[in-house]
Design a binder for this molecule. Structure first.
Ligand SMILES: Cc1ncc(COP(=O)(O)O)c(C=O)c1O
Length: 362
């Protein structure tokens, strides 16, 4: 008898959200960002529903190889480029486009023997201060790349640090426009938040939505996924495997952090932090039991969570528990709300779905 927990990956949600991104992109081509194993969904599971994308943007060669193995012949972009010179061999063999964000990557290209010239995305550091050339070094890098016989096309790229927040994109956009002024090459700027919130940043040749494709609102709680007309793509659900009747003064779970102030019926759920449920969501995080909203009580443990059954007196062992995503009878628990209760973002919850959770495409 398998433990009663599973994750569902929703084909229709992925396809819907990708279509939303395409509608907002207004003619720009759309990279489906599938790094981090498609934000925890599994590259192999999302591939068919996201096949309508113009390309797949991802992190490393292993992920690129998986996308090629699935039969994808279209564009594949390595978002951080090569990590060492020999990575270029696989870029040549698999026809991967790659980001160039520092001089060493240009040196490696200059020393690379290939009959197949590469397409590269030259990254500008417009203010995120993570990867990319400084504005004053951007033009020289562009010229160097364009002079290499190993390179046949140079595109221009930057990444926003606060497209989801109050800072917006304006300042970085101005830096990009100045640095890229007069340079030939396609442009790619927007992540999900920029695409949803800043139309001027979406106006480019390519957009790079990630979290919105997976039904997360990049600017939650300011806006919900429903506000952006996004659908959930991952459901984590389990069942109750036990019930306890507490009386006033009883505690529950490690550390006795929750103490009942009156009689309370609680359910024990077959899901814990070893399944990817965030331990910081202890006490008060939203959860659905039989589709009815209630809350966690006490600490999250490795294999179990305890929940308040007051709003669902009929619930007992075997009752369905929705940790996030789609519940029974059209109920829904946005992953963003659970993330908020845990002091994190939906990205982290999706990525943390544990390999031990049986997962299937629905
Ligand atoms: C360079 C780059 N582009 C696009 C994305 C997609 O971002 P989001 O998931 O916020 O849409 C990421 C993700 O962090 C990224 O690093």
């Amino acid at each position: 008898m398998p433990r009663p927990i599973e994750a569902l990956i929703h084909r229709d949600g992925l396809a819907h959200n990708l279509a939303r991104a395409r509608a907002l992109a207004r003619g720009a081509r759309v990279w489906a960002v599938v790094k981090a194993n498609a934000y925890g969904h599994g590259i192999e599971r999302v591939f068919e529903p996201l096949r309508a994308a113009d390309g797949f943007a991802l992190l490393d060669l292993a992920e690129a190889q998986r996308v090629r193995t699935l039969g994808w012949r279209g564009p594949v972009l390595l978002l951080e480029g090569c990590f060492e010179p020999r990575d270029l061999e696989l870029c040549s063999r698999l026809n991967l486009w790659h980001t160039v964000h520092r001089d060493a990557q240009i040196d490696w290209l200059a020393g690379h023997k290939t009959e197949q010239p590469h397409r590269v995305f030259l990254k500008l550091n417009s203010g995120m201060n993570r990867l990319g050339f400084a504005p004053q070094a951007f033009r020289a890098a562009w010229a160097r790349l364009n002079a290499l016989p190993q390179v046949d096309e140079v595109s221009l790229m930057t990444h926003f640090s606060d497209a989801d927040g109050a800072g917006g994109v304006q300042a970085q956009l101005a830096v990009f426009e100045r640095a890229a002024d007069g340079l030939a090459g396609e442009r790619t700027l927007a992540n999900s938040a920029a695409l949803l919130r800043h139309a001027q940043a979406a106006a480019a040749d390519w957009v790079r939505p990630g979290i919105m494709v997976y039904g997360g609102a990049p600017d939650h709680p300011q806006h919900t996924a429903a506000h952006w007309q996004l659908q959930p793509t991952m459901t984590l659900r389990a069942q109750l495997i036990g019930v306890q009747q507490l009386t006033r003064g009883d505690s529950v779970g490690y550390g006795n952090t929750f103490v009942a102030d009156s009689a309370l019926r609680i359910g024990v759920v077959a899901c814990g932090y070893a399944d990817g449920y965030p331990r910081h969501a202890s006490s008060g995080a939203p959860v659905l039991v039989d589709g009815v909203r209630t809350r966690t009580v006490g600490r999250v443990s490795m294999d179990m969570i305890t929940v308040d059954l007051t709003p669902v007196p009929q619930a007992g062992p075997g009752s369905e528990v929705t940790l996030w995503g789609r519940g029974p009878r059209d109920s829904m628990l946005p992953i963003d709300e659970v993330a908020q209760a845990a002091g994190t973002v939906s990205y982290e919850l999706m990525c943390a779905l544990a390999p031990r959770v049986p997962t299937r495409v629905a």
